[in-house]
Design a protein around this ligand. Structure first.
Ligand code: 13P
Length: 251
């Protein structure tokens, strides 16, 4: 049985004051016991979140890391070892906003994935197709290519200590969600791709769905056999809504 994970990606949102409010709300949540919960604030607020969430069962992660694992001369970047030192448990790699707006390619993403793991962090590899690719019927091919690049660079064993997040680009921040059936089809294809290389790794890896997940849509998505939780954007900025999504993963 895979333990569900619900992670809140705060993206580039927050101020010292609003983060403090959000943490206050998170501390008050009744969270289900059988679910891993994490939040991913902007780097500036990671320490604030870790201090504020001390003693609460909410892990903290980052939204990105440098290609080099250790500290050094790399202006503007943050090393996975520094995130681990700060107390992070997870780090997103390959979010579509970084792939599309910042031109991050599969080579860079594989290096970040490896850097994270070498420092004991759990990489959350984000994959997903654009609207054009979706309309052209290329969804599964695109996602398999993105995952295949990491398998090729690091071996399928790398997924023994990693999480995958399927996030169709057309569903991110748009209010459009893949139907549970559509999402399950992609999640099933991802698991089959990994199973072709290593059945044990495929069975164990958590595959999250992301893209306009709200409390109202979460339970049905999380009820699908290969959907092991969610990566939540906008709805994770509201503690009550986020808490309801976490509880949907526990039911
Ligand atoms: P939304 O939930 O705001 O659509 O964002 C999803 C996402 O990109 C999480 O990483």
């Amino acid at each position: 049985m895979r333990r569900p994970l619900v992670a809140g990606n705060w993206k580039m949102h927050g101020t010292t004051a609003s983060v403090s409010e959000l943490i206050k709300g998170l501390r008050l949540l009744a969270l289900p016991g059988g679910v891993d919960v994490a939040v991913m604030p902007p780097c500036l607020y990671i320490s604030q979140a870790i201090a504020g969430l001390a003693g609460k069962n909410v892990a903290v992660g980052a939204q990105d890391c440098a290609v080099e694992p250790m500290q050094g001369a790399l202006t503007g970047e943050i090393a996975a070892s520094q995130l681990a030192d700060a107390g992070c448990r997870y780090v997103l790699v390959g979010h579509s906003e970084r792939r599309l707006l910042l031109g991050e390619g599969d080579g860079v993403i594989s290096r970040k994935f490896a850097a994270a793991q070498s420092c004991g962090l759990i990489p959350v590899l984000c994959v997903g197709e654009t609207r054009e690719q979706y309309e052209a019927g290329e969804t599964v091919a695109v996602v398999m290519r993105q995952i295949g690049a990491v398998i090729e660079a690091l071996g399928v064993g790398a997924f023994a200590k990693a999480v995958i997040a399927y996030e169709p680009v057309w569903a991110i921040g748009t209010g459009l969600t893949a139907t549970p059936k559509q999402a399950q089809q992609v999640h099933g294809a991802i698991r089959a791709q990994l199973a072709a290389e290593n059945a044990v790794v495929a069975e164990g890896v958590r595959i999250l769905y992301g893209g306009s997940v709200k409390a109202a849509s979460a339970a049905e998505l999380f009820g699908m056999p290969d959907i092991d939780g969610g990566l939540i954007g906008g709805a994770s900025l509201n503690a009550d809504e986020f808490g309801a999504i976490c509880r949907a993963a526990g039911s």
